[in-house]
Write a protein that binds this ligand. Structure first.
Ligand SMILES: NC(=O)c1ccc[n+]([C@@H]2O[C@H](COP(=O)([O-])OP(=O)(O)OC[C@H]3O[C@@H](n4cnc5c(N)ncnc54)[C@H](OP(=O)(O)O)[C@@H]3O)[C@@H](O)[C@H]2O)c1
Length: 287
């Protein structure tokens, strides 16, 4: 793994970060973010839709780590798509996080007025509010179209990536385009007993590492950015300790045999999924 990835615009992005999705309370989100920064994480991945930007902002302040040493990502939710709504959403996220710029801003879903939003993001990028811009959950064809029809090429695509959904072709194409692939759900959110999978366990034992560490290592050795989430301090620390071992080519291949070649989180191409996401109107104030 590289530790630091260089985005196509020259900005440095840590290869290992911390995700804060599905942490139910303000206090827990703040506590986990503080524990992660204390453990050494510098990339924090939140989203307006996670309803914890305020908690992350408070943790950033309390951590005492200089702003310029952190890499903060947040995302634009579906209800805020379109040029003007996106301009407002960026300012609202900045206000909730109590920051004057974001290191990375992503379109959360490839839905609604993607093009209007992208142009607002390009303008906010030019104005210095956003240091890098990108997307999440975009198929390569949608990304190609976005690139053809706009001025600034997305620097990152954050997609579902874990041993059960390895997405080799999709990642290869992104990397060929100079777009950083970032893995969401690197542990498949614990589905299918991933942490006790016999193949991953065997590899972990031979390195005296945990299965979680082997999964993160397999992804980062593929040149992918990872943002594992945990609310347990010992796991937060464990997930950060992946730089002192390396998987062999054979172990990389063994991990690749686990690929099921499909999402574990539903079908984004199902019109019903689109209806559900488009109807999901969120009040970004925290629970
Ligand atoms: N762009 C998108 O559409 C999108 C979608 C999903 C996620 N994301 C981002 O990606 C981040 C990571 O994905 P995720 O949160 O969905 O899932 P994940 O990181 O794959 O899995 C998190 C789950 O694994 C458990 N876990 C973490 N470390 C562990 C360890 N060392 N041993 C055993 N269990 C462990 C956590 O439990 P505990 O918390 O109880 O420890 C939690 O249940 C998110 O937080 C978010 O920032 C983005």
């Amino acid at each position: 793994m590289k530790k630091i990835m260089e985005l196509s615009n020259g900005i440095s992005m840590p290869q290992l970060g911390f995700g804060v999705f599905q942490i139910p309370t303000h206090e827990d989100a703040k506590k986990a973010t503080l524990q992660a920064i204390k453990a050494g994480y510098r990339l924090i991945d939140t989203a307006a839709a996670y309803m914890n930007e305020r908690a992350v902002g408070e943790a950033i302040k309390e951590s005492g780590v200089p702003r310029e040493d952190l890499f903060i990502t947040t995302k634009l939710w579906v209800q805020d798509m379109g040029y003007e709504a996106t301009q407002k959403a960026i300012d609202h996220s900045l206000a909730r996080l109590d920051l004057d710029y974001l290191d990375l801003y992503l379109i959360h879903q490839p839905l609604n007025d993607v093009y209007g939003s992208w142009r607002a993001m390009e303008d906010a990028y030019d104005a210095g509010k956003l240091k890098a811009i990108g997307v999440a959950n975009f198929e390569n064809d949608r990304l190609q179209d976005l690139m053809i029809n706009n001025r600034i090429k997305p620097m990152v695509n954050q997609i579902e990536l874990h041993p059960f959904h390895a997405q080799f072709k999709r990642v290869q194409w992104l990397q060929k385009q100079g777009i950083v692939a970032e893995a969401w759900g690197p542990f498949a959110e614990g589905k299918q007993q991933i942490f006790s999978n016999p193949i991953i366990k065997k590899i972990a034992q031979s390195h005296e590492k945990t299965t979680g560490q082997v999964i993160l290592r397999w992804l980062t050795q593929r040149g992918i950015v990872v943002i594992p989430k945990s609310v347990h301090e010992e796991r937060i620390v464990e997930n950060f300790a992946i730089t002192d071992f390396e998987l062999t080519a054979l172990e990389m291949d063994m991990m690749s045999t686990l690929d099921q070649k499909q999402s574990l989180f539903g079908d984004m191409h199902d019109p019903e999924t689109v209806v559900t996401l488009e109807k999901m109107h969120l009040d970004y104030d925290e629970r």
